[in-house]
Design a protein around this ligand. Structure first.
Ligand SMILES: *[C@@H]1O[C@H](CO)[C@@H](O)[C@H](O)[C@H]1NC(C)=O
Ligand SMILES: *[C@@H]1O[C@H](CO)[C@@H](O)[C@H](O)[C@H]1NC(C)=O
Ligand SMILES: *[C@@H]1O[C@H](CO)[C@@H](O)[C@H](O)[C@H]1NC(C)=O
Ligand SMILES: *[C@@H]1O[C@H](CO)[C@@H](O)[C@H](O)[C@H]1NC(C)=O
Length: 171
């Protein structure tokens, strides 16, 4: 009973992360990032990516995630990347709206469909209220304060969620 209750609280808190702090989409779900017969274009169709969400590319071996532009995406050309990660557990935070393109560094695997393009929408509720700008000298600095705040808040909230579970299971 206590366990069920604490699990319920835990999942409620976790669900809030999805809504409040951005969802994490594991690319390919349980398939991860691989080339054999998985269609990433189909995978992304029912998803609605928003600024603050993140993509998790999980894979084994010497694969990579290469962010490219549209032209290089279409030709599976990874020689001029915008960015590249190869940890095998790559989290990419979608910190701005737009159309983004990711391919594997293996050209032939990319040609078989190991490529993903997504459209990221602007945040639904603009969290930073336009502050009365005290000095004009601050205006050139367009800071990305909201994304920094929320990413810093996530570890704190994970700790909080764990504390809730521990406390409610001992009660
Ligand atoms: C791949 O892209 C690079 C840089 O944009 C370009 O120089 C090269 O010709 C391209 N390779 C192919 C095979 O299209
Ligand atoms: C490239 O990726 C790394 C790791 O995800 C990230 O820290 C860095 O900000 C990215 N750089 C650009 C220009 O997107
Ligand atoms: C991969 O990264 C995610 C988020 O950073 C983390 O939750 C997960 O435990 C990691 N998985 C592995 C196998 O390292
Ligand atoms: C993935 O599926 C879409 C249709 O949903 C299709 O247009 C596309 O060619 C497929 N990609 C591959 C690599 O099979």
């Amino acid at each position: 009973m206590a366990l069920a209750k604490s699990l319920m609280i835990f999942f409620l808190v976790m669900a809030c992360f999805g809504v409040c702090f951005g969802a994490v989409y594991k690319v390919g779900d349980s398939e991860g990032w691989r080339y054999k017969g998985f269609n990433y274009t189909d995978w992304r169709l029912d998803k609605d990516f928003t600024v603050g969400d993140s993509l998790l590319f999980a894979y084994k071996g010497k694969d990579s995630v290469v962010q490219v532009d549209r032209k290089h995406y279409q030709t599976c050309n990874s020689t001029d990347p915008i960015n590249e990660t190869r940890s095998g557990n790559d989290t990419i935070t979608l910190d701005k709206p737009g159309h983004f393109f990711y391919i594997t560094g293996y050209k032939e695997h990319c040609e078989r469909g190991q490529k993903l393009d997504i459209r990221v929408s602007p945040p639904t509720s603009p969290s930073p209220s336009p502050s009365p700008s005290p000095s004009p000298s601050q205006s050139p600095h367009k800071s990305s304060a909201p994304s920094i705040q929320s990413s810093a808040a996530i570890p704190a909230l994970i700790l909080m969620a764990m504390a809730v579970v521990v406390l409610s299971s001992t009660a």
